[in-house]
Design a protein around this ligand. Structure first.
Ligand SMILES: Cc1ncc(COP(=O)(O)O)c(C=O)c1O
Length: 388
């Protein structure tokens, strides 16, 4: 019914992903948006909104609240109230507002590495100190090192920035892992900003997404949850997301941090979000099936290449590749030269790693993997020598 193999030309569109390598034979598998069209119901809702022809300031209608509350209840058994929702034109805005509203100048904010790059910049933009704790590969699964987390928190640490499912490793944290993290943070009177933008993209059937705030009311009382339809339904360019904050004081401070700087969500973003959450379930089930196969292809190909390895991706459409064993100083550049544009691990706080976005049609992914195979398989000389 839905054909994810359809070719959609993004080269001549306004795509950041495809524009980066415009005019070059480099397959772009970097920034996290997919090459697929959004669900037909979303496209139809946008057509209808355009036909109305008036594009004044928009506000979310009561039906959107109902749809969203029902979605969170039916998918995650998480009961929220409409008052707890703060609409956002993007989740990077939410990450920055969380930093600004949770800590004062020169207090500290902790996050993991590797991590989605804005987690590393937001504390600094907010005048706070960034502290990082590194994820560890344990029995082929990326995990937080709880002892290291404990040791990097002190009385000046006010906020933990969590990505779950985790970008870039693709880990979907178990309930017990989330409880352990929350226990450490709550003991130190910290807040947690839980960015769950990838929560509807669970690929591993054994895994389940737990909204952190749904686990326990005490945890909810210290949590700012960030969510959006943008990754799941490929509507990132329409700028619509939301925070859920049950604690009135924390919500007030979060909104104050946005005052006068953050614009309202636009009419198209609301229309797309409403249609996605209301009518997108069938499309999403088909998408997940397609992505699972892409994920398996990537896992198989990468782990068969000399110098590259990766753990299984449980959620997201992102593969986190360890290229430290490649005899090249700059694996990102090496693969660009071979015609594949990947995310550079340095941007995620992990030089020597690469992030591959497999949210694209399978034939394109296969071509990219073939190019990577040719580059990593046949060429084992250090790049510095190749360049001389
Ligand atoms: C964890 C995470 N948060 C936020 C974003 C971006 O959110 P937005 O485009 O809504 O600012 C991304 C995009 O990749 C992400 O992976």
């Amino acid at each position: 019914m839905y054909n994810f193999d359809n070719h959609v030309d993004r080269k001549s569109s306004d795509s950041i992903k495809w524009h980066k390598y415009s005019g070059q034979d480099i397959i772009p598998l970097w920034v996290a948006d997919m090459d697929f069209q959004s669900p037909p119901s979303v496209i139809e809702a946008l057509h209808q909104r355009v036909s109305h022809g008036v594009f004044g300031y928009a506000h979310p209608n009561p039906e959107l609240y109902e749809t969203l509350i029902y979605h969170l209840q039916s998918t995650y058994n998480w009961q929220i109230k409409s008052d707890w929702i703060v609409w956002l034109p993007g989740l990077v805005t939410g990450i920055n507002a969380a930093c600004r509203s949770s800590a004062s100048n020169n207090e500290a904010i902790v996050t993991t590495t590797p991590i989605y790059p804005p987690f590393l910049t937001a504390p600094r933009y907010s005048g706070q100190q960034l502290v990082t704790t590194s994820m560890k590969l344990n029995r082929n699964q990326w995990q937080l090192d709880l002892d290291e987390l404990r040791s990097c928190i002190n009385n000046r640490t006010k906020l933990f920035l969590l990505s779950n499912p985790h970008n870039p490793t693709g880990r979907v944290f178990k309930k017990k892992e989330l409880l352990d993290i929350a226990e450490i943070c709550l003991k130190k009177n910290m807040l947690i900003c839980s960015d769950e933008i990838h929560c509807d993209l669970i690929l591993e059937p054994k895994c389940k997404h737990w909204p952190l705030a749904s686990i326990d009311p005490e945890i909810a009382d210290r949590t700012i949850t960030l969510m959006a339809p943008s990754k799941t339904y490929n509507v990132a360019g329409l700028g619509c997301g939301f925070a859920v904050i049950s604690n009135d004081r924390i919500r007030r401070r979060f909104k104050n941090a946005m005052n006068g700087i953050v614009p309202d969500v636009n009419a198209m973003g609301f229309a797309a979000a409403h249609a996605a959450y209301k009518h997108g379930a069938d499309w999403l089930a088909a998408l997940l099936k397609y992505l699972r196969k892409n994920r398996d292809l990537v896992f198989e190909a990468i782990n068969n290449l000399p110098g590259l390895s990766m753990a299984q991706v449980q959620g997201t459409y992102l593969a986190w590749i360890d290229a430290l064993a490649l005899p090249h100083e700059n694996p990102h550049r090496m693969f660009e030269k071979a015609g594949v544009g990947l995310g550079n691990g340095s941007d995620f706080g992990a030089p020597g790693f690469l992030r591959l976005n497999f949210g694209c049609k399978r034939s394109l992914l296969e071509s990219a993997l073939k190019r990577m195979e040719d580059a990593a398989g046949k060429d084992t000389k250090p790049e510095t020598l190749l360049e001389t």
